[in-house]
Design a protein around this ligand. Sequence first.
Ligand SMILES: Cc1ncc(COP(=O)(O)OP(=O)(O)O)c(N)n1
Ligand SMILES: Cc1nc(C(=O)O)sc1CCOP(=O)(O)O
Ligand SMILES: [Mg+2]
Length: 205
Amino acid sequence: MKDFKLYAITGEEFHQGRDLIEVMEEAILGGVDIIQLRDKKSKKIDVLKKAQALRELTKKHDVTFIVNDHIDVALAVDADGIHVGQDDLPLTEARKVMGPDKIIGISTHKIEEARAAEAGGADYIGVGPIFETKSKEDVVDPVTTQYIQQVANEITIPFVAIGGIKLHNVDQVLAAGATRVCMISEIVGADDVKGTCEKFIEILK
Ligand SMILES: Cc1ncc(COP(=O)(O)OP(=O)(O)O)c(N)n1
Ligand SMILES: Cc1nc(C(=O)O)sc1CCOP(=O)(O)O
Ligand SMILES: [Mg+2]
C-alpha cells in the first residue's frame, strides 16, 4: 500500500452540522493522506451513497480510501480497502472476499493480536486505544503508549496509533515510536479542520 502519515476517520456526530464531503475535503487539503468511512448508524443504502461520494473525492485528490466494517460497500465503490476489528470478518475470510490487491487493516489492542495480524497478511494495523476516547462505544481500556513501544520494536508492517489522540498529546505517541496517527474527533470536530491537519503534518515531519 501507499505509505501514509495522517489518517482521518469520519464521525458525523462531530461535524457540527457541516457537510461530510466538505469536512473531509478540508482534511485532505490540510494533509490527510488516508480516509476511512465509519458509519455505525445509517442504513446500508446511505452508507453506500456516502462511500460513493468519498470515493469520488479521494480519487480527485489521489488519497487512499478505506471503508470500515462493510466489505460489500467497499467492493461496490471500488474502495482501496477495508478496516476490520477483532470481532469482524476474520482476516483470512476478508482477504478471500477482497482479493490480493486490496488493503486490509485490522485493529489490535495487544501484541498477540498484532503478531497474528502480521502473520495473517494484514497490510496495516490499528494500535489503540492509546488514550481514553468517547468516539467509540464498545472500546477497551487504554493500551497506553507502552503498547506502541512493543509494536514499534517487533512488528514490521505499518501501524497507526489511534484513540484519544489530540494536538496536545501527539508528542507522547511519536516519542513512543509511532510515525502514523489516526483520529476522529480532533480532526473532524475541529473548528478549523484544514488548519488542525496542517499542525499535525508539521509535528509529524
Ligand atoms: C485505523 C483504525 N483502527 C481501529 C479501528 C477500530 O475498528 P473496530 O475495532 O472494528 O471498531 P469500529 O471502528 O468498527 O467500531 C478503526 N475503525 N480504524
Ligand atoms: C474507532 C476507534 N478505534 C479505536 C481502537 O482503539 O481500535 S479508538 C477509536 C476512536 C478514535 O476516535 P478519537 O480520535 O475521537 O478518539
Ligand atoms: Mg469494526
